[in-house]
Design a protein around this ligand. Sequence first.
Ligand SMILES: Cc1cc2nc3c(=O)[nH]c(=O)nc-3n(C[C@H](O)[C@H](O)[C@H](O)COP(=O)(O)OP(=O)(O)OC[C@H]3O[C@@H](n4cnc5c(N)ncnc54)[C@H](O)[C@@H]3O)c2cc1C
Length: 321
Amino acid sequence: MSVLIFIDHSEGQIKKSSLEVLSYGAALAAQLGTTAEGVLLGTVSSDLATLGKYGIKKVHQAAQESLNALDAQVQGKIIADLAAGSGATVVVFSNNFSGKAIAPRVAVRLKAGLVSGAVALPDTSNGFVVKKNVFSGKAFALIAVNSPIKVIALNPNSYAIKEGEGTAEISPLSVTALPPKVRVLSATVASGEVPLTEAELVVSGGRGLKGPENWGMVEELASTLGAATACSRPVADANWRPHHEHVGQTGIAIAPNLYIAIGISGAIQHLAGVNRSKVIVVINKDPEAPFFKAADYGIVGDAFEVVPKMIDAVKKLKGIA
Ligand SMILES: Cc1cc2nc3c(=O)[nH]c(=O)nc-3n(C[C@H](O)[C@H](O)[C@H](O)COP(=O)(O)OP(=O)(O)OC[C@H]3O[C@@H](n4cnc5c(N)ncnc54)[C@H](O)[C@@H]3O)c2cc1C
């Protein structure tokens, strides 16, 4: 019996969301009186032994370069086989792009109950009950999982990374390379930007910015803060910004520590993707804009006056000329 945690990575780097699930899985293992182990498919540049500081005892690594790219069917089989062979009773994923693709396949193979979108450690005082977000973050549901093996996909940014001391043992995992069922013909990687789903700070713009030519100040505020940029759906639909920046019900759901919304009205479909942000700052010239009801801080004013002043203030604070 143990907790097995999927360690997701991209371009040789372990994702921040993986550190969250490692911390979560280790805390869950302690709660269950068992140990936590990680599984990494592919290769990364960092020393996997250092992942022990997040509370795991062992990392199973199938160090085949062919496993670096996501192939949910191949990876799902490897993880399910490992979980079954090692006697894992809980398998934990991040509910990110990879986790959403792999976790259900692992659950089916293990005949396990799956909770996707978990936001807290399970309550194991009477059974195994997991809290998750429902209705686009408008409510919570408590899901009792009764199957012997459980699969959890934890929402990114809902569990704090906990670092301690410790070194993990590396256990090479030999896998028979399965023939891939899908073949990636090409991939375009957004480079030089903070990935939106991993970002702690996000600066987002809406139709109030009038046109793509006015995004310079959004990007400058974001780069000064070290933030990712996002946008509302009409902005992406009009091709003012790339679609991967679109947040909301039909876009990406994010939960950064700080979300700054500039010229966005705060429609319910937009809020569905950002209302798990820890602090929301809204800049809108209309004091009746619905977004102010969801805001922790609101500035009623013209974005074209407010944002340059914010950039100056942040630069001054950071000592940037
Ligand atoms: C099924 C469905 C799914 C949808 N999914 C999504 C989704 O995932 N994400 C999403 O974002 N939307 C989604 N929408 C669209 C959503 O309903 C809204 O239409 C959209 O979010 C509005 O975008 P906006 O706030 O940028 O634009 P607007 O509603 O046009 O608001 C612009 C805001 O800017 C303010 N403003 C104007 N000028 C300035 C200025 N100079 N300074 C400061 N403020 C200014 C205005 O007061 C206004 O509040 C969906 C709609 C449907 C029906």
